[in-house]
Design a protein. Structure first.
Length: 330
């Protein structure tokens, strides 16, 4: 009898733990809301007219996005080794997508935005910050991902502080069309990859176009002229949330770019295109009312959330390519 009572107690405790872990996991898996860059600057900036300081807005956006990875409910989950964090996969995928956009911008901040010419020196803060964000996103000790990213954020804050200081001319940010174009070219490739991976949720035969456009081009190993591409069922939701996280981060970066490069975009007649990209990325952040990411077959009965996400990203990417061409014009 006593053994029966103990078994029941253990079963009740186990069920309660499962329910508690599920509720915590559900809460931790909620994507952070988008926010207005100008409102955030008004509440967090310690300088007057921050939007008038070249580089201050986009550096602040980069800091805020990075801090969100660490400070959102549940904190940073990608390197968790105990429940319930270790049992989650959607939010870690979201974190990785946002992190990839941070890494791309950190690289461009280091080699383009903060330098006036190809022969100019790199900014010391950005030189140190860039590798900090390239720490393995699953590292949990010696050092942990969070500590490395926090160090990168601290260096960005030092860089931002010098941008706002009229006494210091060592740290600069140049709102040049060529600098912006270099970063946008990186973003194009990133979005193109997400679009292809999301579209592969529906299996399709694809022709090999790797060497198209250059008759003298070669590649390392032979590849079939045609292949069937289809994402594994186990990876569908991960691809979706990774693209959603990347779009969330990019949305805020482009909102900052709209402020920083307003005159440049207006001069190139590209401001409206930038605003359209922002709208497309805002659409990627709409609430997902389904309890799981559905994978309907093309025009089938069920929705295909991956194809919907791919549509928004493809349209944003097409507009980015157009802006890059406009920025390249004299």
């Amino acid at each position: 009898m006593r053994h029966s009572i103990n078994a029941k107690r253990i079963a009740i405790v186990a069920v309660l733990l499962v329910i508690i872990f599920w509720l915590i996991g559900w809460y931790w898996s909620l994507s952070p809301d988008t926010y207005d860059i100008k409102d955030r600057l008004k509440t967090s900036s310690t300088v007057e007219n921050p939007t008038q300081i070249a580089g201050y807005t986009i550096t602040t956006a980069m800091i805020d996005v990075s801090e969100t990875l660490l400070d959102k409910p549940g904190g940073y989950l990608s390197n968790d080794v105990i429940p319930p964090g270790v049992l989650l996969d959607n939010m870690p995928a979201w974190e990785f997508g946002a992190l990839e956009m941070i890494r791309d911008l950190a690289l461009s901040m280091r080699k383009d935005f903060s330098r006036s010419q190809s022969q100019s020196m790199e900014n010391p803060y950005l030189t140190k910050a860039h590798p900090k964000f390239n720490m393995d996103h699953k590292s949990w000790a010696l050092p942990s991902s969070e500590s490395s990213y926090a160090d990168g954020i601290a260096l960005l804050k030092q860089y931002r502080e010098e941008l706002a200081s009229t006494r210091n001319s060592n740290s600069q940010f140049y709102t040049r069309a060529d600098n912006l174009r270099e970063w946008l070219k990186q973003v194009e490739k990133r979005l193109g990859s997400y679009s292809q991976r999301l579209s592969a949720s529906v299996g399709s035969a694809r022709l090999n176009t790797d060497l198209a456009g250059d008759r003298n081009a070669r590649q390392s190993t032979p590849v079939a002229n045609q292949s069937v591409v289809k994402t594994s069922w186990w990876e569908l939701d991960d691809n979706f949330y990774e693209a959603r996280g990347a779009s969330w981060a990019l949305l805020h970066f482009l909102k900052a770019v709209e402020i920083e490069f307003h005159d440049v975009l207006e001069d190139k007649n590209a401001l409206v295109s930038m605003q359209q990209i922002i709208r497309e990325l805002e659409a990627t952040q709409q609430s997902v009312f389904s309890p799981m990411i559905l994978n309907g077959s093309g025009f089938g009965m069920l929705a295909n959330h991956s194809l919907v996400m791919a549509n928004y990203i493809s349209r944003a990417n097409a507009a980015l390519i157009e802006i890059s061409e406009l920025l390249n014009q004299g």
